[in-house]
Write a protein that binds this ligand. Structure first.
Ligand SMILES: [Zn+2]
Length: 401
């Protein structure tokens, strides 16, 4: 199973690097301008049109290719937004950056990149970065530099874990529940709700009527909120994937496309409720589980809306519809089995069962013999390709391995 992820760290740039970052930004902007002018959205067309235009920049030529590729990526994203009917602004790269999959080398515990003709700069890598990229089978495919961060895109062809069973993951506002018939466990994420609430209250408490200041403050608290919640979420998803690998269980997830339409204006819900439901990162937990599972070679099954219908109100023992009771908060009652069950656990168990049914039905031998790539999970898996187009094909660099 081919998996991609990234590892990042801070670094201290020198003047030459900062110049290069700005040069790259300007090259991206030039390509964007050309792409918009000639309506060239494909990488091929854009390269043909803008490569000569970038001749005036004193930069290694592979950075030019990467700049064109970056621009093509931005234009493709814009096209997608336009197609979906969003209002878009003319794309323009503001932040200095450098993305490249060519010309770098990892040697003596550092990343060596060419800065200008004949001049190289070496960024010392932290122990954490080195430890991750020196794991067996890990290849560094590209690097991204911003003013203070270095991010390495790494890839690995993970051997598929042979799974004997499945485990369901159910996410709601306050919980991440993980389990199957044998056992279920709970990850309490109510702290995230608390953090979100605090951030919203803090931002709302600022009264000054100045748009620029308000934007800056809101983004500051938004960043703080993200970093606080993502840490909690990362810990939970990491444990989930590690346990699933250890127990050899494929992960079953619910497809959550279209969930935003559940909490839209005019649905008869309160403004605060909608704010709370939409402010919760539906996709983030799944995204983390998916890429971590893929990295570990663990199969992921995504159940569609129709396959998960009623998964949180059906008794996992007898299939009877469960009754809710106002006195039992988030608990459900099965009249036939005469037991009270936890709503989230019921959902996780049902997901794992339905996933297992599909797992067995679609391809029985896959449980026994690994067939990486032919898997259900491969279809919808997001591939965090750093530079679309250029990132995938041949690579010229060498890595210390
Ligand atoms: Zn029952």
């Amino acid at each position: 199973m081919f998996a991609v992820k990234s590892v990042w760290q801070y670094y201290v740039p020198v003047a030459g690097v900062l110049r290069l970052l700005d040069l790259f930004r300007r090259m991206v902007n030039d390509s964007l301008r050309i792409g918009l002018l000639y309506d060239a959205l494909s990488l091929r067309k854009l390269s043909l049109l803008s490569y000569n235009q970038l001749a005036k920049y004193d930069s290694p030529s592979y950075y030019k290719l990467c700049a064109i590729s970056r621009a093509a990526g931005i234009l493709a994203a814009r096209k997608k937004s336009v197609r979906r009917g969003y209002v878009t602004r003319t794309p323009y790269a503001v932040r200095p950056q450098l993305v490249s999959c060519y010309g770098f080398k990892i040697e003596n515990g550092g990343l060596r990149i060419p800065v200008s003709r004949g001049k190289r700069f070496s960024i010392p890598l932290t122990n954490h970065t080195l430890q991750i990229i020196s794991q067996s089978g890990v290849k560094v495919r590209s690097f991204t530099l911003t003013r203070n961060r270095l991010s390495l895109c790494i890839a690995r062809d993970a051997p598929t874990v042979n799974c004997a069973s499945t485990v369901g993951v159910d996410r709601d506002l306050r919980n991440l529940t993980f389990g199957n018939d044998q056992e279920t466990s709970h990850y309490d994420l109510s702290k995230c709700v608390g953090i979100a609430k605090t951030s919203v209250r803090i931002v709302a408490s600022f009264r000054r009527n100045d748009d620029r200041i308000r934007t800056r403050i809101a983004s500051k608290y938004g960043e703080r909120r993200t970093s606080r919640t993502s840490n909690l979420l990362h810990n939970a998803t990491k444990t989930i994937v590690a346990l699933a690998v250890q127990r050899r269980t494929a992960i079953v997830l619910e497809k959550i496309e279209g969930i935003r339409s559940l909490y839209r204006k005019g649905n008869g819900q309160g403004r605060k409720y909608r704010g709370r439901m939409n402010g919760w990162s539906f996709g983030e937990a799944q995204r983390q589980i998916e890429y971590k599972a893929r990295w570990a070679g663990l199969p992921v099954i995504r159940l569609s809306r129709s396959e998960t219908r009623g998964s949180s109100v059906t008794c996992p023992r007898c299939g009877e519809r469960l009754q809710s009771d106002t006195q039992l908060e988030r608990k459900l009652w099965c009249g036939k089995c005469r037991v009270v069950m936890d709503r989230d656990r019921v959902a996780a168990v049902n997901l794992s069962r339905r996933g297992r049914v599909r797992f067995a039905r679609s391809r029985p031998p896959i449980l026994l013999e690994a067939q990486g790539g032919a898997f259900e999970a491969v279809k919808g898996n997001p591939m965090p390709t750093v530079i679309p187009g250029v990132d995938a094909p041949k690579l010229t660099h060498q890595t210390k391995s």
